[in-house]
Design a protein. Structure first.
Ligand code: PGA
Length: 255
């Protein structure tokens, strides 16, 4: 059975003190109000500089996990200012977001480069949260289904079925990120079902059914329930609403 996941992408927000306070609040409420039997995996993705400190706050054996927002695509070397997968593993982190549209847009990340990150993460036992999604002109041209499937083909289809099943996919339409303009549940379901069929075409339906596909883009406590009720939506990657502990937890309780 595929996992239900709610992951908070804090982006470049919160200083150390604020980050630790948000993390403790989320962890405390999550442990108090969400029982492990609810089957929801909660992932906190603070900035790199907060990871080691947030790690210490996360109780072992609970349903709360730690994630990074990015990693470098080479294993190590002369890459001043960058963070390697090996460094993340040493903390350890459990998850790492790769291919977020902000990284694609502002840092020129391509599907091929994201595939390199994916390979390193898998080799080091860290779960990649692979982001994909189309910009508004692509949706308006009605080529969005093929466009996002192509992102998946180019970054994921070199994997074995066994490795593919270790990947979490996050569909994040760019026009919905940080805009307050969420995809409707019908739009999300259409894309998620399409992506699952695309995976099934290559790996078979049983493998495709095991992959968690999260929705991201202005997801909040008011729309999460409807989105998560869709057959192929297995949770969310939450930006703005993950910066408020109560909102984030309410989203995690929306299954
Ligand atoms: P948002 O961001 O929830 O603020 O729209 C989502 C994301 O970029 O992961």
């Amino acid at each position: 059975m595929r996992k239900k996941i709610v992951a908070g992408n804090w982006k470049m927000n919160k200083n150390l003190e604020e980050g630790l306070s948000l993390a403790s609040e989320v962890i405390n409420i999550a442990v108090d109000e969400i029982t492990p039997s609810a089957g929801v995996t909660i992932v906190l993705n603070p900035s790199f500089v907060h990871l080691a400190s947030v790690r210490k706050l996360i109780p072992a054996g609970k349903h709360v996990f730690l994630g990074a927002q990015n990693c470098h695509h080479k294993a190590s070397g002369a890459f001043t200012g960058e963070i390697s997968v090996e460094m993340l593993k040493s903390l350890p982190v459990d998850y790492t977001i790769i291919g977020h549209s902000e990284r694609r847009e502002y840092f020129g990340e391509t599907n091929a480069l994201i595939a390199e990150k994916l390979n390193l993460l898998l080799a080091n036992g860290i779960t990649p949260i692979f982001c994909c999604g189309e910009a508004l002109p692509i949706r308006e041209a009605e080529t969005h289904l093929a466009y996002v499937a192509q992102q998946i083909t180019e970054s994921l289809f070199h994997l074995s079925a066994e490795d593919l099943q270790k990947v979490v996919i996050a569909y994040e339409p760019i026009w919905a990120i940080g805009t307050g303009k969420t995809a409707s549940s019908a739009q999300a379901q259409e894309m998620h079902a399409h992506l699952r069929q695309h995976l099934a075409g290559k790996y078979g339906q049983d493998v495709a059914n095991e992959i968690s596909i999260l929705y991201g883009g202005s997801c909040n406590p008011s729309n999460a329930r409807e989105l998560f009720a869709c057959a192929d939506v297995d949770g969310g990657l939450i930006g703005g609403a993950s910066l408020k502990a109560r909102d984030f937890i309410e989203i995690a309780k929306s299954f």
